[in-house]
Design a protein around this ligand. Structure first.
Ligand code: FES
Length: 255
């Protein structure tokens, strides 16, 4: 089902630096906060700015009562650098919520996230009210501010860092077979680097449970009109990540 969409100016309530080049921006936007689902995203642009500076940002938190949305994003170029310079009181334009989110009809999902892929999983964990566990991966301890963010919303957290400075050393996904061994989970919900999601999907399949993945592609319109985000699907068709996704069942997009 397609969610109602809004194009609105929203006031920035806070902007904090979480790690090197990583920021959390919270805006007041009750219309989008009221209907957003975990896994959906917005297209954000500067007011009066070039529309080419519109950037897709996954929704990291939506607080319906307060009418707020939060985004956790890494500065990767001109657009996100401009967002990071905005201060409370400034406004941005939001188009959203866009795309289809994660399956919410699960009892005990395991969330698997790498780097900024943990952002939409935070919103998901919050909605699951402690029924989910999370397996988090990052480059080093300095980037694992996620552990504190997830703590109130998950039952258990598992951690891995590339350099071993926090949690296990290596890729988070290498811990997955052991976690799935007990048969405790009814699905894997993955978001992060594509190779991580492919491996998570293979492991979920081997464990006999479904897996959803959230794809990230360069986007322009965000509305299914320009085809710039198309990917090859397993059934031979082309899927638009912005409209048909960004969340897919793994078998739809991975061979
Ligand atoms: Fe235009 Fe997806 S971004 S079709």
């Amino acid at each position: 089902m397609d969610l109602p969409k809004f194009s609105l100016d929203a006031e920035i309530l806070s902007q904090e630096q979480m790690a090197e080049n990583v920021y959390r921006m919270t805006v007041h936007c009750p219309q989008i906060a009221g209907v957003a689902q975990p896994g959906t995203f917005v297209q954000m642009r500067l007011l009066g700015g070039d529309v080419l500076l519109r950037r897709p940002l996954g929704i990291a938190e939506a607080e319906r009562e307060k009418g707020t949305l939060s985004f956790l994003y890494r500065v990767l170029g001109k657009g996100t650098a401009a967002f990071s310079r905005l201060r409370p009181g400034a406004q941005v334009n939001l188009l959203g919520p866009l795309g289809h989110g994660f399956c919410m009809d699960l009892h005990r999902p395991l969330l698997v996230g790498g780097g900024m892929g943990l952002s939409p999983l935070l919103f998901y964990a919050r909605c699951m009210e402690k029924r989910a566990d999370v397996l988090m991966g990052g480059r080093h301890a300095g980037e694992m501010f996620w552990t504190e963010l997830f703590k109130p919303y998950v039952s258990k957290s598992y951690l891995a860092t590339d350099d071993g400075s926090l949690g296990s050393k290596g890729f988070a996904v290498s811990l997955l077979p052991k976690l799935l061994e007990k048969g405790e989970y009814d699905a894997v919900i993955a978001c992060g680097p594509e190779i991580m999601m492919e491996r998570a999907a293979e492991m979920a399949k081997a464990a006999g449970i479904p897996c959803q993945v959230s794809l990230e592609k360069r986007m322009a319109c965000g509305l299914g009109a320009c085809l710039s985000c198309s990917v090859d699907a397993s059934d031979g068709t082309r899927k638009k990540v912005c409209k048909d996704g960004p969340v897919f069942w793994a078998e739809e997009v991975f061979p």
